[in-house]
Design a protein around this ligand. Sequence first.
Ligand code: ADP
Ligand code: ADP
Length: 227
Amino acid sequence: DLKLSLRGVHRHYLERDARLDILVNVALDIAAGEIVALVAPSGAGKSTLLHVCGLLERPQQGEITICGTSAHELNDRARTLLRRQNVGYIYQFHHLLPEFSARENIMMPLLIAGVERGAAQERADALLNHMVIKERGDHRPAQLSGGEQQRVAIGRAMANNPGLILADEPTGNLDPETSGHVFDLLANSIKDHQAAGLIATHNHDIARRADRVVTLNGGAVVPTKLA
Ligand code: ADP
Ligand code: ADP
């Protein structure tokens, strides 16, 4: 049961006269319940790969299939719907809405998806509970610690029960101990929901907790072993 599948994906940027080949003939499969860590130096193309997987950027070539639906033939509107229904995104910095409480931030994707307010609130409270920050629901992001902010961001990403979770340095802003806790919450959520996770990280201790580790080598996704 593949949640993410890439075949022959190419992505380049044009900069003045030069062509930067960032992703070259990328193939990648991630199954339900599987967590893949992406470890590569800055500038290697990790964010580009996540954006392409999340349908935020179009590759110049290649096939991307998310939860059984190929994005290839879809127009922008259909791509947006596929993303909203099936992809949860977590960033290094939480990107929570500052004017809203933790609970409201988690409710947001549900309300956008048309879930009725009371049901959205119940679901948000259940997610706060799973993230072990039940008592923080009424706080705004600025009133939360870095680890708590990331827990809310994970709750928001999981709210619609997406089949694919993409995380770009989700623990990059946290101390080592908090990083471990936040990663474990993220990994448990992904496994409990039988989603697939692709997690870019510089942190080898974090990457080692994934089911497997890949890197970008000359633009290709290849398996790697951490020292
Ligand atoms: P990473 O996340 O591994 O640090 P990125 O995917 O952000 O790498 O970037 C890979 C390379 O692509 C970098 O050299 C970056 O400067 C370049 N790049 C990223 N986005 C653009 C863009 N929109 N236009 C031109 N170059 C870009
Ligand atoms: P229910 O059986 O009513 O779904 P749960 O307490 O098991 O009650 O879950 C409440 C909500 O939280 C559910 O919608 C479920 O999808 C979600 N959920 C369950 N476990 C986790 C988890 N580990 N991480 C994130 N969300 C979860």
